[in-house]
Design a protein around this ligand. Structure first.
Ligand code: FE2
Ligand code: FE2
Length: 441
């Protein structure tokens, strides 16, 4: 896990999703054409490059494509907006802005990346997102106000940029996964209003702290993040020691649960991990969460010597590749349901040359969202009269998605089983109970 640095290509969508009700089409800058209207501000490094509502001219389109080739931008598509009911992307900007504000002081570069992370997770409704926002706010408040962790935060501002960004990403996704687990065990009431307010996850500070600082043991060897050549045996050994080194670097007052989660965050569910080769329930439940979230965020970030994977590829390999046994299967399936690698608005190229647009995510199968075929093989919008009904990607054998922007997604055309959380229900309830107990420690 060396040399990981968050790159624009792994979270390519720098556009902040403001005005989510206007979410129509997500295009890469190379696909922008004069006359298109921006559905959101285009933001980079806290600067608004172009405001929401701006109508692009030829120079804008050319400039954006040249200067920000990996940027994705939301534009209006009057035909599609009128013809099909897009799933709302759930108020993600609210939580992201809050995270940005709170971390701006000493986690500036981190927060810029952090607000991109959760936008890929679209399987939450607005109320659920508000609840998650509150949990994250409480965690950040705890960490900022607690003298022990505050001190760590101050030190962290001198860490390698990757370590800061990675810690923040793991923090966000870990809380999201816990939140999802809570929702699975105690589904929100269908009625509007106060739901799940009695949940018992307030005490997740140990996990949140562990998530932010899980790789603190890499700080003494953080120069390896910039190394482009192969690692020596000695360097590999130092890396394998980082969970133990990390605990030594933590202040004595730090919670025992946090220490345990950090020590065990590279233990694999099948016993093949390090430091102690623990397996299954021998591994602290927080560490099992970190293992999954850490692997995903590391996979989708660039490394000095290794290019990042796309979210679709990373999630697919975690679920169906040779490393699958490393992860707690119940938690992995839950995690897969909240990651949407083909987000609403994504324009997918099909094998027949036509283009489809994602209109609805699919929590049962993140690789098979609902789409509508909306562009011809010249990428010209189809008139409303020629638009057929939306369908899920696994509903039609004659339709295969081959790419999303520059991402090759043809590997997703093989049959991918739906996620069944029912078979993991017992395990998830057990994990939840353990987590609640740990949260009270
Ligand atoms: Fe690590
Ligand atoms: Fe890590």
């Amino acid at each position: 896990m060396v040399g990981e640095s968050v790159s624009p290509s792994c979270f390519p969508n720098i556009t902040v999703l403001k005005g989510v009700e206007d979410m129509p089409l997500l295009l890469q800058t190379g696909e922008l054409r004069p006359g298109m209207t921006l559905a959101n501000d285009i933001v980079n490094n806290f600067q608004i490059l172009l405001p929401k509502g701006h109508r692009l001219n030829a120079n804008d389109a050319k400039y954006l494509a040249r200067k920000y080739p990996d940027l994705s931008v939301c534009v209006h598509d009057p035909v599609l907006e009128d013809a099909v009911d897009f799933e709302e992307p759930f108020g993600r900007e609210k939580i992201n802005e809050r995270v940005v504000r709170q971390f701006q002081s000493n986690f500036e570069s981190v927060s810029r990346k952090a607000h991109l992370m959760l936008r890929e997770c679209v399987a939450l409704d607005p109320r659920q997102f508000q609840e998650l926002e509150q949990i994250i706010s409480r965690m950040l408040k705890y960490i900022r106000e607690n003298p022990v962790t505050m001190n760590l935060l101050e030190q962290a501002s001198g860490w390698h940029e990757y370590l800061q960004q990675h810690g923040m990403a793991v923090f966000n996704f870990s809380l999201l996964l816990c939140y999802r687990l809570q929702d699975h065990v105690h589904p929100p009431a269908p009625s509007v209003g106060n739901y799940n307010s009695d949940h018992n996850l307030d005490g997740l500070a140990s996990l949140a702290t562990a998530a932010l600082f899980h790789d603190i043991g890499m700080v003494p060897i953080q120069h390896l993040y910039d190394k482009t050549g192969l690692l020596t045996q000695q360097e590999i050994a130092s890396i394998k020691a980082h969970p133990l080194v990390g605990v030594e670097l933590l202040p004595e007052e730090i919670n025992n649960m946090t220490c345990q989660a950090i020590t065990q965050h590279h233990e694999n569910y099948d016993g093949s991990g390090y430091v102690d080769g623990l397996k299954e329930s021998q591994i602290n439940v927080f560490a099992r969460i970190l293992r999954i979230v850490d692997a995903y965020t590391a996979a989708v970030t660039n490394k000095g010597y290794k290019k990042s994977k796309t979210p679709a590829r990373a999630l697919y390999e975690m679920m169906h590749g040779s490393f699958c046994p490393c992860y707690d299967p119940a938690l992995l399936n839950l995690f897969a349901g909240v990651i949407q690698p083909l987000p609403v608005g994504a324009k997918l190229k099909l094998q027949n040359g036509l283009y489809a647009v994602v209109v609805r995510s699919n929590t049962h199968n993140p690789f098979k969202p609902q789409v509508i075929i909306a562009f011809d093989d010249q990428e010209k919008p189809l008139p409303k009269s020629q638009l057929a009904q939306p369908f899920y990607l696994d509903e039609r054998d004659d339709v295969e998605a081959v790419s999303f922007g520059k991402q090759d997604i043809s590997f997703l055309n093989r049959t991918v089983d739906d996620i069944s959380l029912d078979e993991h229900d017992h395990a998830l309830r057990e994990i939840y109970d353990q987590m609640c107990q740990l949260a009270m420690v």
